[in-house]
Design a protein around this ligand. Structure first.
Ligand code: APR
Length: 229
């Protein structure tokens, strides 16, 4: 048995963090071209820093819910027979105790110095006036998140897990953004069992789809999984 669990913004919604494409989602209030592309950052770094500073500040106020904690319980039972691949840049999985988490879109509580290529944990506001702790350069820090048009992180490791997957579970993602949106077809072609746990069904590719809020349906699904192990 090898479980690959893909999570998206929907698993963090009940912790108070915004999703992207729901009504009132982030992309209904901000232009992703302006705040989530390298071109947008080059054109207006202050706007982009402000966008991520606000999201980082919201994240520091957020707490994991029963859905995150249920996935930690599953990891305690499965250990290296399970991986969480998250599209989320929040650290709610880690704060719930999950240790096997791959952030394919980077992390909100980290910054990247484009001058010396170092990366750092970072909980303060960042700006064009911020100084790199490593090289001392001012104005070279950016959020360590993957923007549209950039290559997601950990893709080789993710491909290895997808190769080995016997079960693929998609939680809280609309399945609109590749490469994550292509994972279900990839594992299904190899005979893996596929489950979606989401507020609403996003694709006909899943063998099982449970609709509901993550804080309710994820613990229920984990309990059923633990009973099978
Ligand atoms: N419980 C379960 N699912 C929920 C909940 C909830 N409480 N609230 C919303 N959802 C579902 C929505 O129905 C939707 O299908 O979560 C999904 C959120 O979809 P998106 O907002 O598109 O977020 P996501 O799929 O994670 O976006 C993928 O797009 O903009 C990029 O980098 C960004 O990582 C993000 C990627």
């Amino acid at each position: 048995m090898h479980l690959v669990i893909l999570t998206g913004a929907g698993i963090s919604a009940e912790s108070g963090l915004g999703t992207f494409r729901d009504k009132a989602g982030l992309w209904t209030r901000f232009s992703l071209e302006e705040v989530a592309t390298p071109q947008g950052f080059a054109a207006n770094p202050d706007l982009v820093h402000d966008f991520y500073n606000q999201r980082r500040s919201d994240l520091l106020q957020a707490v994991p819910h029963e859905g995150h904690r249920a996935l930690r319980r599953l990891e305690e039972a499965l250990a290296d027979r399970m991986i969480i691949v998250t599209q989320n840049v929040d650290d709610l999985h880690e704060r719930a105790g999950s240790q096997r988490v791959l952030h394919m879109h980077g992390q909100l509580r980290r910054v990247w110095c484009t001058h010396c290529d170092s990366r750092f944990d970072w909980d303060d506001d960042a700006s064009v006036r911020s100084r790199c702790p490593q090289c001392g350069q001012i104005g070279s820090l950016r959020p360590d998140v993957v923007w549209f048009g950039e290559v997601p992180y950990h893709m080789e490791e993710i491909a290895d897990h997808l190769d080995r997957a016997t079960h693929f579970i998609s939680i809280g993602t609309s399945g609109q953004v590749y490469p994550a949106a292509g994972f279900v077809a990839e594992v299904k072609a190899r005979g893996a069992h596929t489950t979606e746990l989401n507020l609403e069904k996003s694709s006909s590719l899943f063998d099982v789809c449970e609709e509901g809020r993550a804080s309710e349906i994820v613990p229920r699904w984990v309990d059923a999984m633990l009973a099978q192990i």
